[in-house]
Design a protein around this ligand. Structure first.
Ligand code: ATP
Ligand code: MG
Length: 578
């Protein structure tokens, strides 16, 4: 494939434009190498999906286009998966495994390029020694609090550390002894020697190493000094020869520091490009807050279907295609904004509408007996699996004298515009017959517990030979054939569009939605769902999209409502255009 033309370029987002331009100018010898660099201190969320789709997407698109560009070599385009595991205190194997699973599930491939920042610890140490030798780094004995104090403010320059002018020899010696474990935690740091009066606070002699006697999930107790994020981050990209180092806006102010380190060391220098992170309404996106929800037992785990984590979305019934489409639609830009969660759900519905088999399920069952239907008789009616996909075929659904219909599809005293079942009224049962409600049975509290109806045998398949019409079609299941299931209905996890919008003294947890989960335990589903595979997705006709929970079994069927059928997105957009 060829480099996009100028016109085509205008359709590309600003990052893809940069990549396309660079390819045209052969800036990186025709290479495009991106990376996704998660810190394994939590599970990935939908915000990470934006970064994943951007980095892997660029690599895939420009790689796919490589043929027309002679200078692109086969192995020169791709996206690395790199664990930024420089902080032993919060990182765990469990997170590493979940991240690998989630990126793969989203549909991306890093071939053999799975890397760990911790594999570069020795190299980073050597780079630090080089800086010391060039008089560009020093060992400092100030405490963390003192360092902060000496740092100054946006309006006030900082003060030089009294240890700033140690000799190279002394610095080399102390740094080596820091590594050897001679000093307790927090007693010394290695700092870059830049400028304590620099207008950018990140340049005021930032810390490169701190002493931390902690066990790392991969390097064990080999190290007791660990690199800071600011020191490590640019080096990781350089070591992997990343061409376009794409990160979120909050690192714009750190770029001069990364540039400084790479220039001092005179090593491969990737181009950093910043974009706006994803924010979503009704959603918290920080791993720290998500961890809090898990630890405080406010959700059932990282994969609770209400969580914005990739594993939560997966268990909820999201498809990778829907998430990728969402990431495409939101695009990338330089300004922080908040995306309406309705757009995410819109992309989901679009995908599920095309791909989900239709089935019938009754969430709140009401008994219905067809008095003139022969007792003991069972018919199989033919039902369409997916009207959007003729290839999906049809299936047989058993029909009998005793059925369940949805409680809310019947009203004893129907108001105007309620066209569903009511005493004396005729409606259609989907794929089956017209029925008319003849009698209503109530319990001692006056609650309707059973309907008695008659059916018209000539309407089989759903049309009357005399041409008479009915105004509604109801879904149903055959009582003796249907299976019991538990269905979990979900709503937004927070009641406030912006969960962090709280009165002083409160935190985001005070915006949790007390009704975000409703469990219905006596639902009835058609028998074809007996062997529903875990995480398989369905449309329950007239109700919404549902997904077999990952702990569902034929002994105890459990379905999660992924999303309802009604899509408010078009309306939201129209309102916005006004
Ligand atoms: P969090 O703030 O949620 O803890 P993080 O930035 O600390 O996230 P990392 O593991 O460092 O998490 O993230 C890996 C990559 O994902 C980074 O390049 C980061 O820029 C990107 N990323 C994280 N959150 C978002 C988001 N909301 N939108 C877009 N990209 C994101
Ligand atoms: Mg981070």
């Amino acid at each position: 494939m060829k480099t996009p033309s100028k016109e085509e370029n205008t359709k590309l987002d600003f990052i893809r434009q940069i990549v396309a331009e660079d390819l045209k100018k052969n800036k990186w010898d025709g290479r495009v190498r991106t990376r996704f660099p998660p810190e394994p201190n939590g599970y990935l969320h939908i915000g990470h999906a934006k970064s994943i789709c951007l980095n892997f997407g660029i690599a895939a698109e420009f790689g796919g286009q490589a043929e027309g560009l002679d200078m692109i070599k086969a192995d020169s385009v791709g996206c690395n998966l790199r664990f930024d595991d420089t902080n032993p205190e919060k990182e765990e194997e469990e997170y590493v495994n979940s991240i690998i699973e989630d990126v793969r599930w989203l549909g991306w491939d890093w071939a053999d390029r799975l890397y760990y920042a911790s594999d570069y610890f020795e190299q980073m140490y050597q780079y630090a020694v080089q800086l010391i030798k060039r008089g560009k780094a020093y060992v400092c004995d100030l405490s963390a609090d003192e360092i902060r104090e000496y740092r100054g403010t946006l309006t006030q320059p900082g003060k030089n550390s009294p240890y700033r002018n140690r000799s190279v020899q002394e610095n080399l010696d102390l740094f080596e002894r820091m590594r050897a474990g001679e000093f307790p935690d927090g007693t010394r740091t290695l700092r870059a020697k830049i400028d304590m009066a620099h207008p950018n606070l990140n340049m005021r002699d930032p810390v490169m190493y701190r002493i931390l006697h902690a066990t790392h999930h991969r390097t064990g107790d080999k190290w007791c000094i660990y690199p800071t994020y600011d020191w490590a981050h640019g080096l990781e990209d350089s070591i992997e020869k990343i061409t376009h180092s794409i990160c979120t806006l909050e690192f714009e102010n750190h770029r001069p520091l990364y540039d400084w380190f790479l220039e001092q060391l005179d090593i491969f220098h990737p181009q950093q490009i910043e974009f706006a992170r994803l924010n979503l309404t009704y959603t918290v996106m920080s791993k720290r807050k998500l961890l809090q929800l898990v630890q405080d037992g406010l959700v059932t785990g990282w994969d609770d279907p209400r969580m914005p984590t990739i594993c939560g979305l997966r268990r909820r019934g999201y498809s990778p295609a829907a998430i990728r489409e969402f990431c495409k639609r939101i695009g990338v830009n330089k300004f922080n904004s908040t995306v309406d969660i309705a757009l995410l759900e819109h992309c989901l519905r679009e995908d599920l509408n095309k791909t989900s088999p239709r089935v019938m399920a009754v969430l709140r069952p009401l008994n219905l007996v067809i008095d003139n239907y022969p007792e003991g008789q069972v018919e199989e009616v033919e039902a369409i699996n997916n009207p959007e996909d003729p290839g999906a075929g049809t299936r047989k659904v058993p029909f009998s004298r005793e059925l369940y219909i949805e409680r809310e599809d019947f009203m004893e005293q129907p108001p105007r515009k309620f066209y569903r079942l009511a005493p004396g009224r005729e409606v259609r049962l989907r794929y089956a017959y017209f029925i008319t409600c003849m009698d209503v049975i109530k319990d001692e509290n006056g609650e309707v517990i059973e309907l008695h109806c008659t059916y018209d045998p000539t309407t089989r398949g759903g049309d009357a030979p005399d041409g008479r019409k009915v105004r509604s079609t109801l879904h149903w299941v055959s009582a003796p054939h249907s299976l019991e299931a538990q269905v979990r209905l979900y709503d937004h996890l927070f009641t406030n569009q912006n969960p962090d919008d709280v009165p002083e003294g409160d935190d985001f947890k005070s915006n949790l939605n007390p009704n975000s989960l409703e469990i219905l335990s006596s639902c009835r589903v058609e028998p074809s769902l007996a062997d529903a595979k875990l995480l398989s997705r369905y449309q329950f006709e007239r109700l919404g999209y549902f997904c077999a929970d990952n702990k569902s079994s034929d002994g105890k069927l459990v379905f999660n409502r992924t999303v309802s059928l009604r899509d408010p997105w078009a309306k939201i957009q129209k309102a916005r255009e006004k």
